[in-house]
Ligand binder design. Structure first.
Ligand code: ZN
Length: 299
């Protein structure tokens, strides 16, 4: 067995483009959210979904740009959410200004043909985004069920929705942060081989992780960084099984294989693939090409 890869360090060369791209994506998501929420904005669910979109952008960009520092990705995602929420209010303000200008134009036409309306007025467009938000807070916000929020309660609701948006982003980002990253070749680990372990190779794995025979059969997934420069990850999982001692709950564990261990396991898997009949349940699905007995990646 081997040690897991060390925690990633900060890499400014990747951090800066990632953060710039993330802020641009967050701004775009906020502008779009302002339009979407005019038609579809369920309470609680909308900010959670909005946050999940920003969190997914943070994760996808970190994957593409190969940025691995967990805390940076987490705090960057929170900063992106704050910008996205501001962008949403900013776009709502711009839409309100456009609506107010249209109303003023229609009112001018009305007065032209019906001078008796000259004494009526339409509200002027808000001077800036803060005035717009204050006016909305003064007008109040109707919640499902008929409760009307006013003044500071509306600001409080916006604050609560911002926290929910951050929560939505973290729901996406935090589980993804557990994925291993190789700091040496600056790449995320990817699955290079997966399938079911035969009884023989399952026992080989179980003996190294002190798993009992009741955990067999095992599903496996081999993880390697792009260059294969460090240890190889081996995820094994087992379904719910009925044994003599009772029900064994489903579970899984991640092991880190040294180059020698990885070579031994690959040799076993290759032998299983060649010699065992398909009816024994042993199967292999390779995401990398061809059979081989070398550890994943370059040695
Ligand atoms: Zn590597």
């Amino acid at each position: 067995m081997s040690q897991p890869p060390p925690p990633p360090t900060t890499c400014p060369v990747r951090l800066v483009p990632w953060f710039v791209a993330l802020l641009a994506a967050a701004w775009g998501a906020g502008m779009l959210a302002a339009i979407v929420q005019q038609r579809f904005a369920p309470l609680i669910l909308f900010p959670l979904l909005f946050g999940a979109v920003v969190g997914a952008a943070a994760v996808v960009l970190a994957r593409i740009i190969k940025l691995g520092h967990r805390a940076v990705v987490g705090f960057g995602a929170i900063a992106a959410v704050l910008l996205a929420v501001f962008a949403m209010h900013w776009q709502s303000y711009r839409l309100a200004v456009a609506q107010a200008l249209r109303d003023a134009e229609q009112h001018a036409q009305l007065v032209q043909f019906h001078p008796q309306f000259a004494t009526t007025t339409v509200p002027p467009p808000p001077a800036d985004v803060w005035q717009f938000l204050n006016e909305r807070a003064e007008q109040g916000r109707l919640l499902p069920g008929g409760t009307m929020l006013k003044h500071s309660a509306v600001w409080g609701m916006w604050g609560l929705e911002t926290l929910l948006t951050i929560a939505g982003a973290l729901v996406v980002v935090i589980p993804w942060m557990r994925h291993p990253y190789c700091d040496r070749c600056r790449s995320w680990f990817r699955t290079v081989r997966r399938g079911s372990l035969s009884r023989r190779s399952g026992e080989w794995v179980a003996s190294r992780q002190k798993l009992s025979a009741e955990h067999l059969p095992l599903e496996y997934r081999l993880l390697s960084c792009e260059s294969g420069c460090g240890a190889t990850g081996l995820d094994v999982s087992w379904p719910v099984t009925q044994s003599v001692g009772g029900v064994v709950p489903a579970g899984g564990v991640r092991l880190w294989l040294s180059k020698d261990d990885c070579r031994s396991l690959l040799a076993l898997l290759d032998e299983d693939a060649q010699h065992e009949s398909p009816t024994t349940g042993a199967s292999t699905d390779r995401t990398s090409s061809g059979a081989r007995s070398e550890p994943p990646g370059k040695s």
